[in-house]
Ligand binder design. Structure first.
Ligand SMILES: Nc1ncnc2c1ncn2[C@@H]1O[C@H](COP(=O)(O)OP(=O)(O)OP(=O)(O)O)[C@@H](O)[C@H]1O
Ligand SMILES: Nc1nc2c(c(=O)[nH]1)N=C(CO)CN2
Length: 178
């Protein structure tokens, strides 16, 4: 880690093309191998019906907690380049993708710029985001609405097809000290 202040961020990962499980494992490893990022919590994996454009395969989704000394813009650069390195092609809004990484929350930061909006503007309506996130960050408070993640998850639970999978990824990388 560099000497900058340490931030806590929550990410949503999704995949609905290719070997979805392998893609998620590899993405987590790549993030954790970055010198300024440590993956500190991994939620369960959920198989989820596509939201938005429905004529596409089901997704695997999960949420991560990371600690990072990167600022939010730099973190977005890393998550975007990880998506591209893992074969993501930028094409259709809400279309199929090998890997999607969204930054959901970063500390209590609120920002609205052309490249990055925090908290993620659509997280509150997405069961595929909130159910995994509630497992690892249920008590965290959304800095704009002041709702806890658990309360947000309860509001969307059952509204979309979101099913817990038997896939265990928690051992992909060991939680590290620093
Ligand atoms: N919190 C955020 N996390 C990730 N990307 C963001 C965020 N806020 C804004 N963006 C911008 O959104 C752009 C488009 O992202 P992307 O192609 O992943 O959208 P999408 O996954 O199709 O839809 P959605 O944004 O609804 O998840 C990114 O290039 C990025 O600049
Ligand atoms: N189930 C599911 N649906 C989606 C997803 C996703 O990750 N899972 N991502 C989208 C764009 O970010 C649009 N729709």
């Amino acid at each position: 880690m560099n000497d900058n202040p340490l931030h806590t961020a929550y990410l949503s990962l999704g995949s609905n093309l290719g070997d979805r499980e392998q893609t998620l494992r590899e993405a987590i490893l790549r993030l954790d191998r970055h010198p300024d990022i440590r993956v500190t919590q991994i939620s369960s994996v959920y198989e989820t019906a596509p939201v938005g454009m429905i004529a596409q395969p089901d997704f695997l989704n999960l949420a991560l907690e990371i600690k990072t000394s990167l600022d939010a813009k730099k973190l977005l650069e890393i998550t975007s380049s990880t998506e591209l390195d893992m074969g993501r092609q930028r094409d259709m809004k809400w279309g199929p993708r090998t890997l999607d990484i969204d930054i959901l929350l970063m500390d209590k930061q609120v920002m609205d710029t052309a490249e990055l909006i925090l908290p993620h503007p659509r997280m509150g309506e997405r069961a595929f985001v909130l159910l995994p996130l509630a497992e690892i960050a249920g008590a965290k408070v959304h800095p704009v609405t002041q709702q806890t993640v658990s309360d947000m998850a309860n509001q969307v639970d059952g509204k979309e097809g979101v099913f817990l999978c038997q896939i265990r990824l928690a051992s992909v990388c060991e939680p590290s000290e620093s």
